[in-house]
Write a protein that binds this ligand. Structure first.
Ligand code: SAH
Length: 353
């Protein structure tokens, strides 16, 4: 048994089973054995590869979208650029490269929300001068231009299976063979009331407890001071079924097999983002696929310009990266984008109706 499996088994023996969110939280962010606190997760050598690590064009398009929105909203001098869960800082480096194309946008300060001390160091090395916070409540009261790519899928979720008298929560227990799944007695849950209309007994739904307050705190600042948020992730409107996924060295793995060594994610339910933003007075944009969003921003024209200085294997890999980011059967269709802005404010480029 791994060190973290040992720690969690002892805790379960003393205090009873964990819900999935508590389990996922320990696996990802345990100070000594957590996945993000310990591993070099990203890029070709890591367990998975994200859009900014595939091509510089991704961060450049995000920079154009946020920069032109800032300009269209009046180019507020006290605005800040914010990234949630920046990983290695690659997206922000690419955004900064394109920022001078929108005069003044390049002088805005960059704030980052990052829970892992090790990744904060990596991000500060990549972008000297960035300001770190461990959670969104510490962000200043100012106009915010926010990007979150593959941040929400790393937030812990709880899972519930519907039965005839309520919802059985899926739990993590332990037996002689190690960690195992179990379930709690059925109960009603107020935050699942709206799911009775689109589920039948036996179906699984997920709930991300941290999401409403994170979206509300960002939305409140955008409602009061202006700005926009771009939320990009895999998932859909009102996700259904078990989407918990463990990935270890680019392969799917059993979520209980190697706590702290495998990445754990779940699909983002964009309806939950939409509802929390609406409650704070914002008007969320439509949900677009990543492919449509990037094409509307001019990704193909940018790809053609970059291609002119490439040949051989570098050109082939550039063409493959373009396809991977935009094709409907690849990240272009699997990933979705939602923008959050105030009623009547300029909508981020790429997400116009
Ligand atoms: N956006 C990056 C990395 C995505 S991985 C990219 O596209 O490459 C998820 C990132 O969110 C990591 O940086 C991880 O450490 C961070 N993170 C995960 N949970 C977090 C939390 N609860 N609070 C703050 N950061 C978190």
């Amino acid at each position: 048994m791994s060190a973290l499996a040992e720690i969690l088994s002892q805790r379960i023996a003393q205090h009873g089973p964990l819900n999935l969110a508590d389990y996922m939280g320990e696996c990802l962010l345990h100070p000594d054995h957590g996945y993000y606190t310990q591993q070099e997760a990203f890029g070709r050598g890591g367990d998975f590869i994200t859009s900014p690590e595939i091509s510089q064009m991704f961060g450049e398009m995000i920079g154009l979208s946020l920069g032109t929105t800032w300009q269209a909203q009046g180019a507020a001098k006290d605005a800040i650029v914010v990234e949630l869960g920046p990983g290695r800082g690659t997206l922000m480096q690419d955004l900064r490269r394109i920022a001078p194309a929108v005069p003044g946008f390049d002088s805005l300060p960059v704030h980052m929300i990052e829970a892992s001390p090790r990744l904060r160091q990596t991000q500060s090395d990549a972008l000297p001068g960035v300001i770190h916070h461990s959670d969104v409540s510490q962000l200043p009261q100012a106009p915010l231009f926010v990007i979150a790519n593959e941040f929400f899928d790393a937030l812990p979720i709880r899972q519930f299976r519907r039965n005839s008298s309520g919802w059985e929560e899926i739990l993590v227990g332990s037996d002689a063979n190690g960690l195992c799944f179990g379930k709690a007695a059925p109960q009603p849950y107020h935050f699942l009331a709206h799911r009775l209309e689109d589920t039948a007994p036996g179906m699984i739904v997920e709930y991300c407890p941290a999401l409403p307050s994170i979206v509300a705190q960002i939305s409140q600042r955008i409602a009061d001071f202006g700005g926009a948020a771009l939320i990009i992730d895999y998932g859909d409107w009102r996700s259904q079924g078990d989407t918990l996924q463990a990935v270890y060295q680019h392969q799917h793995a059993d979520p209980l097999a190697a706590p702290g060594s495998a990445d754990l994610t779940a699909h983002l339910d964009f309806e939950a983002v939409h509802n929390a933003a609406r409650a704070a007075g914002l008007r969320p944009t439509r949900l677009a696929t990543q492919g449509v969003f990037l094409e509307r921003l001019g990704l193909t024209q940018r790809a053609q310009i970059l291609a002119k200085s490439l040949n051989g294997a570098a050109l082939q890999s550039h063409i493959a990266a373009h396809r991977r980011l935009t094709h409907p059967d690849e990240m272009g269709g699997l990933f979705k984008v939602m923008g959050l802005v105030s009623e009547g404010a300029a909508v981020p480029a790429g997400l116009e109706p």
